[in-house]
Structure formats: C-alpha cells, structure tokens
Design a binder for this molecule. Structure first.
Ligand SMILES: [Zn+2]
Length: 682
C-alpha cells in the first residue's frame, strides 16, 4: 500500500457528531492507526488524519432538541471522540473539525475554485428531500418514503448551486479502469462502476433550508452541501486554501489511503474524485471500504440497544485486547461480528495463552538458566533440524506478513504471525529445555542455549510484526527482551538472527493476565447499566427527525453504519395493533424509598408501591434525580417486564421516562391530575 515515495498519508472518515463514539467508530480508527504505525516503523513520513463532521440539518435539529446551540452541541461530542482516541492511544497527527476556521476557509476556497473552473452553476430544484439522509431522493410523489431509509420525504423547492457532475462521467470511468485499485475491495469497485455507467446527474451543492453549515462565498443565504463540506476535510486539514500551509499540502497530498465504511462508497468514489478532477487536483491512491461490525451477528443500533462502547472493553481487558480482536477476527472488507464471548476467547487463546505465554516462559527460562542474558547459540554442533525449521518459518512469516498486510489482509497477516507462535510453543514442548537444563555437561549447556536463543529470536520477530496492532504489550515484551524502545526499531530491517547475544533482559512480567468468565459478565453488566441509563423509556426521540441513530450523512463508521439502513421498517410506518400495546402493563406507582446503588453512579434503587404490591426497581436516573426528592412521587412503571439483575439487585419492572438529547438524560413521566396508585395506563 505504500508507494515508492517515502510519505504516507492515511485518513479515517470524519465521524458524524450526531452519534456518540462506539465500537464501530473505534474499529475504523484502530485499523487506520495500525496501518499508520506500521508505516512509521517502516521509516515512512506518515501523516494520519481523523476528525469529526459537524455540519448539517440533523445536527441543528439535535442541538435544538437538546436545548443547546449547534456549536456547543458539536463541541461536546467532538471532545468525546477526541478523548476516546486519546485514551486508546490512537496515534493521529491531526484531529480536524469541520467547524474550525481553517476548514471553513479551505472549503470556501474549493467552492471558488470549482466556480472559476466553470463547474458550478445556479439553478432551481424541486424534489423530494430526505432529511435523515440529507439528500434529494429519486421519488416523484410528495411525501413518498425515502428509498434508502424508508422515512417520509419532504417536498423541497429551492434555488441551488449545482455541480456539473454529469460532465465528468467519462473521466470517472476512465479513472476506474486506469487505476484498478483506486477502489477496494473489488466488489465495491464493481458497484461504483455500475452506478456511474447508469448515468450521473448534476449535483445540488448548496442548501437554503437550514443555517448550520459553511456559507457559499458571496451568497451567504446558501450553505454548502454537507458532503462537499465534509469531503474537503482531507485537503483542508493539510493546508489546502490556507495562506501559509502550501508546503504541507504539497508534501502529503494526494492521500495514500482513504479508509471508509462501505455505506459511504458512492460519496468517496464518485463525488470526491469528481470534485478533485474538476478542481484540477491530484486523486487519492486508494479508497478502501471496510465492512460493518455486527453485534452477535445482528446490526448494532440504538433502537435495539445493542451498541457496544469501546470504553467497556478498555476498562476490563485493555486497549490491546480490543485492537487485536478487531484486527484478527474481522476479515477486512467483510462484515465482522463482535461478541463479548468471542472477545474473551480470542484474548485468552491468542494473547494470554499464545504470545503472552511464549514470552513469559522463554524469558523466565533465560533468566533462570542464563542469569537473564541472551545465551550464545552454538554453531552447527548443537543445531538440529528443529531449529532450522523455526528459522525458516520465521523468515517466511516476515515475508508473508508484509505481503498480506500490504494487500489489506490484516487478519491473515496476524494469522501467519500466530502460526509462528504456535510452532515455537510446540518446539519448546518437544525440545524440553527444562529437562536439558538438568544436565550439567557442556553439550547440554550448549543445546539449552540454542533452544532458548531460537525461542527468544522468534518471539522478537512476532513482537516486531505485531507492534502496530498491539502497541502497548509488544512495547513491554520488547523492553523485557532487553531491546529498549520498540518505536526506534526499523521494521524494514527485520530478519532472523538479529537478537544480540548477551543482551541483558529486563524484569520479566506477564503482559496478558488471563481473563476469566467474570470478565464477560462484567462487560455485559456495564453495557446493560449504560443502556438502562441511556434508554430507560418508551418515549424516544420523535421519528423522522433523524435523531434516531448514526445516520452516516458523512461518515458513520462500521457500527454506526449499521444504523444507516435499518432492517426493521421505518418508525413512521411501523404500526402495532392495539392488542400488542395492551400486552404492556403500564401502571401508576408511588416511590416509597430511593437510594443510590453502590459503585454505579447512574443507578438508583427504588421501592415503588403499585397498589397491589411494592416492587424493587433499579433505574438509570441517578444523574438527573436526587434520591430523597423522589420519595412520594407518582411514576409510571412497566409492571410486566421480565425481572433482570443490575449490580446484583433484581429489578422488577421499569420506570418510564423521556430520553432527552443525545445523552439520553431522563425525565420521568407523570400526571397533572391526581391519580390513584395502581391505575393502569391504556
Ligand atoms: Zn432517507
């Protein structure tokens, strides 16, 4: 993936701030981070960009709903993304925000450039507009459902600026055939070619229906279409359109890799190169689309309540566990499945029992038998075919790993490195160094040195290869091997036999403590508690505002993307019969006692009188309500919800509350009239 030049520029999509960061965003970002780290280890001048996409009507509406200004709203969510990436040690060089001044200047410069080059004209447009997807859709009937998301469209007539996309159809087709790996994988490339062959219409690139965007230069009642705005981040971040940053732009542009989720392929592979061609700018080398991250085989979505946060995994197993799992388990380009069980299983088999065990047994034996100094590998005399085989396999692994990684087959690259781990484990079992150590003669000593050198050298090679994927733990193993700072190591030079003899090992410590069953439970509980907090209620945001979930107006990532095309019917059409509603037993209750739940800052434990009995209910409302102020308050509860355990307390029902804003801050449902305890709502 690196070309002959020594610069390497990689970008994540910029994440839409209408959704909070979750494991889907983390996946995309981790993949880019690992690629960037490897490029740096190879000695390439690497620039890694990520950031947030902050404009558009949906943000404006979500901010209003949360009672915040759009800027305040986007500041908060952008800060959350940034702090999660920082916590995960994501090695980005820049975090771009589309509300920054430099970005605005750059986008306006791009608009002017396209105008000067004759690619923009003013026209008027009447069409059906999907607010959720922020685009005009190809339907005729006013109010007809959006073909993408199924939500009702709005008829919009506006004077717009148009981009002459239709004029670029042939150029784009030429590009796809001249540069076959412009779009990866192949399946996405074929989709794009078919779409462009089907004919391109000019693209409306301004809006007058809302304000939250970048004004069209010289015609400020228009704001620039969010996609033109957002896509430009890849050039504005490195100085395009800035008075003084031309050098950086000249150094890094064009991008080597734009990493994207599969649902935003059209925007990146059709519109973006079209804008660049029209502007006379060079085109990126690779646009690489990954699949979606599913949860236990089904799509993650806010309405299903199965979105997993990265923080939960960081808290329990650490960042490297998450990184390794996602890079190893998800076949890049295809949809992958996440589950806590699979995560823990993979962690134990590959990291705790695999690499971790190899490191600790090898290094401990060197410490014990050779006073912590890498022993001298005897010449031919003490070498057997077993050592030859390990050396050969290690050399082959280095080559295979490089080749697979460069073809974006990162999971197979890791598989090949872990095949070496397995082979060395087997080698140790078969050569039994502990038995050899029992014999004191010269030959046995020499044999023992050879075995332990061979194991340590293989360990060094796997550690170097795996470093971009599991940076924290490999840095520790590297240091324990006595090799110092792994970030100084030049990966290009990696080959068998470089481990210096007599290297003094550092103190040997386990790097991956084995995870037991309770790790799964802990992570599940943390997620359940969060969901009890975030969505306590039957009342959700109004359908059709787009506030529902991770609309990838721009760049939802893996999991969020999953929400882009809900598999369930759209909320607006999703009727249930009265008999279904009547299955839910809603009753008026009165809070008798309320107390905080220990070690859970969002949970309150309540006892609620529902007329016939007093129930214990755990509710995620502690951030919004003081316990003592709730006593005597009438609330609405779902009385026939199956009991579930939260922090060891059985919760016998659920309290109904509105969920406000993106944080889902709760407001309890109640009555203006005096209602008796136990009354049923219907
Ligand atoms: Zn739609």
């Amino acid at each position: 993936m690196a070309d002959a030049t020594s610069k390497f520029y990689i970008t994540t999509p910029i994440y839409y701030v209408n959704a909070r960061p979750h494991i889907g965003h983390a996946y995309t970002t981790i993949v880019c981070d690992a690629i960037a780290r490897r490029q740096r280890m190879l000695g390439n001048d690497t620039y890694f960009l990520t950031g947030t996409d902050e404009h558009g009507q949906k943000i404006e509406r979500s901010a209003n709903a949360a009672g915040k200004s759009p800027q305040q709203f986007t500041d908060e969510v952008a800060a959350e993304f940034k702090s999660l990436w920082d916590r995960m040690g994501i090695s980005y060089d820049k975090f771009i925000r589309t509300t920054s001044d430099e970005h605005k200047r750059g986008v306006q410069a791009m608009f002017k450039l396209l105008q000067e080059r004759g690619y923009i004209y003013k026209g008027s447009y009447t069409g059906q507009y999907c607010v959720y997807d922020e685009l005009y859709v190809d339907v005729d009937t006013p109010g007809a459902p959006c073909p993408d998301c199924g939500r009702p469209t709005e008829t919009v007539r506006e004077e717009n600026y148009f981009f002459k996309l239709s004029a670029l159809q042939d150029e784009l087709l030429k590009l796809y055939s001249a540069q076959p790996d412009f779009i990866r994988p192949e399946s996405r490339r074929n989709e794009v070619i078919a779409f462009v062959r089907g004919g391109l219409k000019d693209l409306s690139i301004s809006r007058t229906t809302f304000k939250w965007g970048i004004p069209v230069p010289g015609d400020e009642k228009h704001v620039i279409y969010v996609w033109l705005d957002a896509l430009c981040n890849y050039i504005t971040a490195i100085g395009f359109g800035q008075p003084d940053a031309g050098k950086q732009f000249a150094r890094y542009w064009p991008a080597d890799v734009h990493m994207i989720g599969k649902e935003i392929v059209r925007f990146h592979c059709v519109y973006w190169p079209a804008f660049l061609i029209a502007a006379g700018l060079p085109l990126p080398h690779n646009i690489v689309a990954h699949g979606w991250l599913l949860f236990e085989e089904s799509k993650m979505s806010k309405s299903r309540g199965n979105i997993v946060r990265a923080e939960t995994i960081l808290d329990v197993l650490g960042g490297d566990a998450l990184r390794y799992f996602l890079m190893r388990e998800v076949v890049f380009g295809q949809d992958g499945s996440f589950s806590f069980d699979a995560l823990v299983q993979r962690f134990n088999s590959d990291l705790a029992n695999g690499l971790g065990n190899l490191a600790s047994r090898t290094l401990s034996m060197i410490t014990r038998y050779f006073q912590g100094q890498v022993p001298y590998p005897s010449a031919a005399a003490a070498r057997t075919p077993a050592e030859e085989a390990i050396e050969k396999l290690a050399t082959q692994t280095i080559g295979d790993f490089n080749q697979l990684w460069d073809a974006f087959q990162m999971s197979r690259a890791l598989e090949s490195a872990w095949a070496l781990v397995g082979a060395v484990d087997k080698y140790i079992v078969e050569t039994q160094p502990w038995a050899v150590a029992d014999k004191q003669d010269e030959d046995s000593r020499s044999r023992l040195a050879t075995i332990l050198y061979t194991a340590a050298e293989a360990l060094r090679i796997v550690t170097a290869l795996a470093h971009p994927v599991i940076p924290e733990s490999t840095a520790r193993i590297w240091a324990q091997l006595g090799l110092g700072d792994i970030s100084k190591f030049k990966l290009r030079d990696l080959k068998w036999g470089q481990l210096p003899v007599s290297t003094k090992l550092e103190k040997v410590e386990g790097v991956f403590p084995r995870a037991d069953k309770s790790a799964i439970e802990r992570m599940q509980t943390m997620e359940q508690e969060r969901q009890a907090t975030a969505a306590p209620a039957a009342v959700q945001e109004p359908a059709g505002t787009g506030a529902q979930a991770g609309q990838p107006a721009t760049q939802a990532a893996a999991g969020a993307t999953a929400q882009a095309a809900p598999s369930a019917p759209a909320p607006a059409n999703n009727y249930i019969g009265i008999e279904d509603f009547m299955k839910v037993e809603l009753r008026v209750g009165e809070v008798k006692t309320a107390e905080k739940v220990e070690k859970a800052d969002k949970l309150l434990k309540l006892t609620v009188d529902i007329g016939t009995e007093v129930r214990t209910i755990v509710a995620g409302i502690a951030k919004a309500y003081e316990p003592e102020k709730l006593i005597g308050r009438k609330v609405v509860i779902v009385a026939n919800l199956a009991p579930r355990k939260l922090r060891g307390i059985e919760s016998q029902g659920m309290i109904v509350a509105a969920s406000l804003g993106e944080e889902g801050s709760p407001a309890l449902a109640g009555f203006h009239e005096d209602v008796p305890v136990g009354a049923r709502l219907k």
